[in-house]
Ligand binder design. Structure first.
Ligand code: SF4
Length: 321
């Protein structure tokens, strides 16, 4: 299968500055050497604790953050080599759905202005066709054109997220980064938005990078899942393989913490990780998970493990494999 997105050695570093002259005294490696393919038509789930770099990775892929180094290909075109004009043109094919529909929509703009803004910026649509495109997109996300002159504060969280999804779809993208698209919503609304995203994927032949800390939601929507820890991918697997036979000790711990429907009769063992996630400004030597890993060995303190391909479905970064 052909990757629509190919990421090679992606690094995003944020400098730490101090003092009167704002001198750089260190760096936070939010994304560290990430190499990943996202195949056309799939949903790749990206999971990990908050602060592990998953949102930064998503923002770098679609160009909202400038990567420090590494390459990002969209349909074999190297985005890091494009000039501004060509990059802007190509970016219409890659869009993002933000986590919080309460803060991601401009409260001073009507729904119509919110949806038309990307078309005006990108000059991709003849003015005559804009209204038709707005109406069609609203219909796709289950909203009526009668809301066009209303403001975001007049809507519920679920409706606002539908407007956010419509804004992402208005430029007819091929690839969408969904950055925690349901975590700010009530549980009752989450299922509706997930179903909507699934329907849109089929209808519009979309590819998703679905970023979430909620492993139950990721299991429901993903074909493959990548697990991130301290800026690195530690495991990538087909969804069934990852949930049934997790390999990396961090994946095992994450999955053991997923709430089960019948906790009274649950016999599975919880793995409680020691301590907090270390600071990305000062990660441990060797394996970055060695301060919390229940299976840590001597080699883990000295040698940084590589992401090894175990079979065609699964790659793991751990000395146990
Ligand atoms: Fe644990 Fe060592 Fe594997 Fe890291 S390399 S996950 S510390 S066993």
């Amino acid at each position: 299968m052909k990757p629509i997105i190919k990421i090679e050695n992606l690094v995003k570093e944020f400098p730490i500055r101090q003092g009167f002259f704002n001198k750089q005294v260190g760096a936070v490696y939010a994304v560290n050497n990430v190499t990943l393919n996202i195949y056309k038509g799939e949903t790749l789930g990206l999971v990990g604790e908050s602060g592990c770099g998953k949102s930064t990775a998503g923002r770098c892929i679609i160009g909202l953050e400038k990567a420090t180094s590494g390459k990002i290909f969209f349909n074999d075109v190297d985005l890091t080599k494009l000039n501004r004009k060509n990059l802007r043109k190509l970016r219409t094919k890659m869009q993002i759905i933000f986590q919080n529909p309460f803060s991601s929509l401009n409260p001073r703009m009507t729904v119509k202005d919110i949806l038309i803004e990307p078309l005006l910026i990108n000059k991709t649509f003849p003015k005559k066709e804009m209204q038709m495109n707005v109406d069609e997109t609203l219909e796709l996300v289950g909203l009526d054109r009668s809301i066009l002159n209303r403001f975001p504060h007049e809507f519920s969280g679920g409706q606002r997220q539908r407007i956010g999804i419509a804004r992402a779809l208005i430029l007819k993208p091929e690839f969408i980064v969904a950055d925690e698209p349901v975590s700010a919503l009530d549980v009752s609304i989450q299922a509706q938005i997930i179903n909507l995203l699934e329907d849109l994927k089929k209808e519009l032949n979309l590819t998703y990078l679905f970023i979430s800390h909620d492993l139950s939601v990721v299991k429901q929507v993903s074909n493959r899942v990548a697990v991130m820890y301290l800026g690195e991918i530690v495991e990538v697997s087909e969804v069934e393989e990852l949930y049934n036979k997790p390999k990396h000790p961090y994946t095992e711990a994450l999955l053991s913490a997923v709430p089960v429907p019948d906790p009274m009769n649950d016999t599975s063992k919880r793995i409680i990780l020691k301590g907090d996630i270390p600071s990305p400004a000062n990660p441990p030597e060797g394996c970055k998970f060695n301060t919390r890993c229940p299976k840590v060995m001597d080699i883990c303190y000295k040698v940084h493990p590589q992401l090894n391909k175990l079979n065609s479905n699964c790659s793991v970064r751990c000395h146990l494999y």
